[in-house]
Write a protein that binds this ligand. Sequence first.
Ligand code: HEC
Length: 380
Amino acid sequence: MSYDTESEAPKSYTLAWIVALLLLVGFVAGLLIFPPLYEAPKAEASDMVIFVGRFHPILLHLPIGSLIFLAMLEVLCMGRRGEAKHGSTALLALFVGAAGSVLAVIAGIMLSREGGYTGGNFSLHQTMGIIGTAGVLLALVIRLMAMGQGNWELLHAYRALFFLSFGIMSLGAHFGGNMSHGSKFMTEKAPEPIKSQMIAMEKWMLGFVEKPKVEKTEEKAPEAPKAPEPPKVVESPATPAPAPTPAPAPTPAAGEKLVFANLIQPIFAAKCNKCHGEEKQKGDLRLDTYEFTMAGGSESAEKKNNVVPGKPADSLSYQLVISAEDEDMHMPPEGKDQLTKEEIAILKWWIEQGASATQKLDLNALPAEIKAAAEAIVKG
Ligand code: HEC
């Protein structure tokens, strides 16, 4: 025996329709005000935008929870009796999931205005998040129509669309996870037969968005070859510094080489500045000019200890570089291109010598253990 929902008088869902329309309008308006960007943002976002954006990692749990719950409910609702019993709960879960998705997407786009979000994982995450949310919103409209008319076929169509959108969103979420936990997070410990499949699948998907821009994809799949960063030479561009600057940038006389510009900067450029340069400032730290290097980042700015002249052991950048690779704050982060022993020795030597911007480079006077490596760096 089954309930016959169609014989019931079609219900009116006025309030539900109003809320659904508000969600749709909110989503479209949000996308118009904050259009998704796939390049570094042109202008700096206001603190308010970034403040709201940083709720993204919290907000996204709302759709995850409610849409998983809904997916389970929808299995029950495939029968008429289940629908009669759980249909309105499903609708409620769908509302919460749709609203959460809209909020998470808009907050996510606002967060991306912080800068530093490019690359394949980001592109896929953003695109699939938006498409999945649009799908869930459309699914909501169709469910409302189906329930209002007691139309069983429409309800099936809704369910298909919902599961599709849910799938797209889940995959999109995975690429978001890759951004915050590293690309290897899900695959690293996977049992072997699944592992290679997962990696192949990810690579295939990333292939759609990554090809054209090789040099910007630091978050991409671990197997892809790393594009070497062109080492920055001689002058430090005089970018306006956000923090007070301790010393003026050096301007070397023609032909003269400086320790900082010709030894230290190339190391930073190759191993650090993808995350601590013009485009990204992880930990609020830039290492692409002398001023920024000395000014430090979120922890070291106040203590003035990113680089402490004469004291490598007190210098945060040096401490993090020599810490164990699996240490939380180890730099460069685990899995990234690490400094060589010689590069570390050069960094240490420079700090011991006073971490000067203007110290001249005399290759012959360098300690024996760093001389060969230093020569190689200077030659490029
Ligand atoms: C793949 C990205 C990446 C690379 C490459 C990288 N870092 Fe970092 N760095 C980070 C992140 C992310 C943080 C912030 C960590 C946190 O706050 O938990 C950070 C924070 C720091 C900090 C702390 C700044 C402060 O004052 O709080 C220092 C110092 C630092 N990095 C130095 C370096 C050095 C030196 C290199 C190169 C040898 C380097 N990093 C390479 C991602 C990177």
